[in-house]
Design a protein around this ligand. Structure first.
Ligand SMILES: Cc1cc2nc3c(=O)[nH]c(=O)nc-3n(C[C@H](O)[C@H](O)[C@H](O)COP(=O)(O)OP(=O)(O)OC[C@H]3O[C@@H](n4cnc5c(N)ncnc54)[C@H](O)[C@@H]3O)c2cc1C
Length: 321
């Protein structure tokens, strides 16, 4: 099913993967069978058939317009909230890592950030200009696109509390500007524009505050003290159930330190599963299932995952041209 697209792309790239700018409209970087473990914070995940790093926003829109309708598409930020299975992802993965990284003040006194800007850069941008409200983003190791998709939050702050409007693109490449009020936003959930991805956002500064840098240092120190930041993970695996904490439920079910192959429930924070070095996605997924079953049996609470689990369990033959 992907062959026509692959052929179309193959006709425009040389064997080392580079494009011939002469006859190729795309300026980004196309890779085949790209190991997604290199693009996820858990350091696991099989290959993407095709992996595209757009040159910029216009290039991204152009490639979306050229994709055949049947080509499966997946968007990847910094892969810090994803469990990509060992069989990888079929179709094309669009990666915004190090791409779409414009970050600036707007004429109306707001902050414009493209989807690929790391959350930490936004926190720093605010703090350097004595703007309040984005300190919580400093410790979130994802992009603004991922933060918009997840409504990422920490220490009482949430991404969408800052958002005035966003720019999205749909599958055929049409760009829209949408106001924040068009979305239904909740705890780690955002609904309102199915079939569209975030290109950029405009954020509202929360007033003057000269203590932003100090507050960022404080919040990062709190993270280091309570989270296993030295080992690969995806942050919190489960959402907190109403009125409780997933970490408390997991710890009191006796699961802290419980391991399966290279995947382990962190000794430091029970809602983190860490890769101790050799974990596979299958081991992590099985461990997630065991934790969920045990918490249900012991506490009668059914935990929901915050991390998104994507891709195929088994590999198929290579798609490299
Ligand atoms: C050590 C650690 C600590 C963490 N702490 C926190 C925390 O305090 N609070 C918190 O909320 N999260 C936390 N996380 C989880 C994660 O960093 C956030 O969910 C982050 O927002 C994910 O961003 P990303 O760019 O890595 O997204 P990815 O993991 O790449 O993608 C996540 C989802 O967003 C979608 N997506 C990505 N980009 C776009 C786009 N441009 N448009 C539409 N959809 C898109 C993807 O398709 C996927 O479904 C932590 C993770 C780690 C590893």
């Amino acid at each position: 099913m992907n062959v026509p697209f692959a052929e179309k792309l193959n006709s425009r790239i040389s064997s080392d993967g580079s494009h011939d700018a002469g006859d190729c409209p795309w300026r980004g970087e196309l890779r085949y069978d790209e190991p997604l473990r290199d693009h996820t914070s858990w350091r696991v995940g099989g290959p993407a058939d095709r992996f595209y790093l757009p040159a910029d926003r216009d290039d991204l829109i152009l490639i979306l317009r050229s994709l055949p309708a049947e080509e499966p598409l997946f968007w990847l930020g910094l892969g810090s909230n994803l469990l990509v299975r060992d069989g990888g992802i079929r179709g094309t993965v669009i990666s915004t890592r190090n791409r779409l990284k414009e970050l600036r003040h707007t004429d109306n006194g707001r902050v414009y950030a493209e989807a690929g800007v790391p959350c930490a850069h936004v926190a720093r941008f605010y703090a350097e200009r004595n703007l309040a409200g984005a300190e919580f983003l400093a410790g979130i190791p994802g992009t603004m696109g991922g933060a918009l998709a997840m409504n990422a939050g920490a220490f009482g702050g949430e991404t969408w509390n800052l958002v005035a409007r966003v720019w999205t693109v749909d599958r055929p490449g049409a760009v829209r500007c949408r106001e924040a009020r068009e979305y239904r936003v909740g705890y780690r959930s955002v609904e309102g524009s199915d079939g569209e991805w975030f290109l950029a956002c405009e954020l509202i500064p929360g007033g003057d505050d000269v203590s932003g840098r100090e507050r960022i240092r404080e919040l990062l120190a709190r993270r280091n003290a309570t989270q296993p930041t030295h080992l690969p993970s995806c942050g919190s695996v489960f959402r907190n159930p109403p009125g409780d904490h997933a970490a408390r439920l997991i710890e009191s079910a006796g699961l802290k330190g419980y391991s399966l192959g290279g995947a382990q429930v962190s000794e430091k924070h029970a809602n983190f599963i860490v890769n101790t070095g050799t974990a596979t996605a299958a081991e992590i997924e099985t461990l997630i299932g065991r934790v969920r079953e045990t918490v249900l049996r012991v506490h009668g609470v059914s935990l929901e995952t915050e991390v998104r689990i994507v891709g195929e369990k088994t590999r198929r033959t290579k798609t490299t041209p």
